[in-house]
Design a protein around this ligand. Structure first.
Ligand SMILES: [Zn+2]
Length: 81
């Protein structure tokens, strides 16, 4: 019979083999906490991937390049001959 350990996440008593306990270096988790941990890890990886993609992606070209207007209107000569 496997010994009982308390889950490192929620403290529930779980039956795990001593080998597993040693593999996890004394930090055993129940299946619920394992699932949650896995989900959190996947979420973090997803977020990380999104961040990386956002960094790689070129900035959106929303505004078209505007030609510089050389001077406002034509130079006025006052209509003098
Ligand atoms: Zn747990």
């Amino acid at each position: 019979m496997s010994p009982l350990f308390s889950c490192a996440g929620c403290g529930v008593q779980i039956e795990r083999s001593l080998r597993h306990y040693l593999q996890q270096k004394g930090r055993v988790l129940c299946s619920t906490c394992l699932d949650r941990q896995e989900a959190e890890r996947q979420q973090a990886e997803l977020k990380q991937a999104e961040l990386t993609q956002a960094e790689v992606r070129q900035p959106e070209r929303g505004e078209p390049p505007q030609p510089e207007t050389a001077g406002e209107g034509a130079p006025q000569n006052g209509g003098r001959p």
